[in-house]
Design a protein around this ligand. Structure first.
Ligand SMILES: Nc1ncnc2c1ncn2[C@@H]1O[C@H](COP(=O)(O)OP(=O)(O)OP(=O)(O)O)[C@@H](O)[C@H]1O
Length: 509
């Protein structure tokens, strides 16, 4: 007693912050190192590390401290040792999840396919990818360690020779500070210091974590902006851009982390233009298409990206506007849709439902429109009474195209429209789509992994791999002159009947 409280608080701050900082540095480094190794090496090593982490996370903190203190004696370094032992495991688990997510991301897979060494991948991809997570982890650990140190010291398990905020409370308690009027000076100041420092570190930690963790960003409520034509939208309209996709990134949860299946994709489609999207299975083509009509499946997360349709940001669309976008403004020929025709409804009935979903029209008008659209897709009107099992694959696909066009959209997305058809029917369907596109001056996105088909119908092409656009340009030029190794591999894989005529790709337009 009789000591200056302010001096005690200042000296105590040194101990509390020292333990907090030291423990945070150790726990972050150890947890980070083990997490990165477990995530990157994988296999049995990862399983072993995960089991150890599970065990450590179940260790009871206080009994552990008591046992360790009995063996090596209470003190600052015992506290640092025990708190680090408890904290590193949670960090390792988070870092492992982040490493797994980076490991399966496009750039790393692309680097591997180009023969990059593990050291290169670590230096260029893994370390820069996990490093941002270290910062909120460090801040969170300082906060947790200060709280643990204060609890231990308050229980008398701190270093008796060093003052800390927790030990001030311990002495206050052991000398009846809580029961006498000394509490206002002896208990409130160290208590307030602990609360303020912990709160400050918590807020800094939450802020930093939200900055580096896209999942948390998803939960922040964006203010609803009024729907308006801003300069960009006017510019899009002025340049006859029917669709603009900007910085689109789509993520799906995988192994406790979000993995990007589409990364920072940018492109435009002009009015009356056909854009091809080519890439191997899983490269993200259908995901881009689904994002355009705001119909991503599952637990998709879109951390960045804007989609402007006819100059309007579709993110600002109301539910009703989105409903009109799908099926009325944008005709969508979904992948494998011909196998999804309703077997118990006639062609007529399904076409009729597609019309009445968007407009109030008389029966006469519906009948006339059905006849008209069937003729457009090369089916005689009598097929309106048929059921899907009565139609061949090619005919079913024509019905699907008719359904996409029934409401006279100006934009069509055709996702693998020839999959599952024999070669001759494939050519017929491509020719049909090309004719419709020209007759109706449609803007179109044509998605396929069949490069010859795409080259025969598109004006421009983008090539996707692992969710990234790796090459783009006018279709004919790209086929002839692209030097990108992936595009060249796709081009070289096209079987040629007349090798000397190889330059004729895309010449049909
Ligand atoms: N609902 C979902 N949940 C989780 N992952 C998904 C989901 N939909 C797509 N993905 C993943 O996104 C990636 C891209 O899929 P997408 O269907 O866009 O590829 P694609 O290029 O169209 O392939 P394909 O030509 O085979 O249709 C794939 O790895 C896929 O596993």
């Amino acid at each position: 007693m009789g000591q200056d409280i302010l001096a005690e608080l200042a000296v105590g701050a040194r101990t509390s912050l020292f333990i907090g900082m030291m423990t945070a540095i150790l726990a972050t480094l150890i947890g980070g190192f083990i997490g990165v190794l477990a995530g990157y090496i994988g296999g049995r090593f990862e399983t072993f590390v995960m089991r150890v982490i599970d065990i450590v996370l179940t260790l009871p903190f206080l009994p552990l401290m008591i046992v360790v203190a009995v063996y090596i004696g209470p003190g600052v370094f015992t506290q640092i040792f025990v708190i680090t032992l408890v904290l590193w495991a949670g960090k390792a688990r988070q870092i492992r999840a982040q490493t797994l997510s980076i490991k399966s991301a496009g750039p790393v897979l692309a680097a591997k396919t180009m023969g990059a060494s593990d050291f290169y991948i670590f230096r260029r991809h893994i370390i820069p990818g996990v490093f941002p997570l270290f910062i909120p982890q460090f801040v969170g650990s300082v906060n947790a360690a200060i709280l643990m140190e204060s609890s231990l010291s308050f229980l008398g398990m701190g270093d008796p020779t060093m003052k800390s905020w927790g030990s001030i409370l311990y002495y206050a308690n052991s000398r009846s500070g809580f029961l006498t009027d000394a509490w206002a000076w002896w208990i409130i100041p160290p208590g307030v210091c602990i609360v303020l420092v912990v709160l400050a570190f918590s807020f800094i930690g939450y802020y930093l974590e939200e900055k580096v963790n896209p999942r948390l960003g998803a939960y922040t409520v964006a203010p609803k902006r009024p729907k308006q034509h801003i300069t960009t939208n006017e510019a899009l309209v002025a340049h006859h851009i029917a669709l603009r996709v900007e910085n689109l990134t789509v993520q799906y949860p995988k192994n406790n982390a979000y993995t990007s299946v589409v990364s920072d994709v940018n492109f435009s489609v002009k009015e009356g233009e056909v854009l091809g999207i080519v890439g191997e299975s899983g490269s993200g083509k259908s995901t881009v298409a689904a994002a355009i009509i705001q119909q991503l499946r599952g637990k998709a997360h879109v951390p960045t990206g804007s989609i402007y349709f006819e100059g309007q940001d579709v993110k600002q669309f109301s539910d009703e506007e989105l409903r009109q976008l799908r099926g009325q403004q944008i005709g969508y020929i979904a992948q494998a849709a011909m196998n999804a025709l309703n077997p118990v409804l006639s062609v007529e009935r399904q076409l009729k439902e597609a019309i009445v979903a968007h407009a109030h029209v008389s029966k006469k008008e519906i009948d006339a429109r059905i006849d008209e659209v069937l003729m457009q897709v090369g089916l005689e009107p009598k097929w309106r009474y048929a059921f899907s099992h009565e139609l061949s694959g090619g005919m079913r696909q024509r019905v699907i195209i008719a359904m996409a066009l029934i409401n006279k959209p100006k934009f069509v997305i055709a996702d693998e429209p020839t999959t599952g058809l024999d070669v001759i029917v494939q050519v017929e369907i491509i020719q049909l789509l090309r004719k419709l596109q020209q007759d109706m001056n449609l803007s179109m996105i044509f998605i396929s992994h069949d490069l010859p088909a795409v080259l025969s119908i598109t004006d421009r092409l983008i090539i996707m791999k692992y969710g990234h656009i790796v090459d783009f340009g006018p279709s004919r030029e790209l086929a002839k002159t692209s030097t990108h190794p992936y595009t060249r591999r796709l081009i070289d894989a096209i079987p040629l009947l007349h090798p000397k005529k190889e330059q004729s790709y895309g010449a049909t337009r």
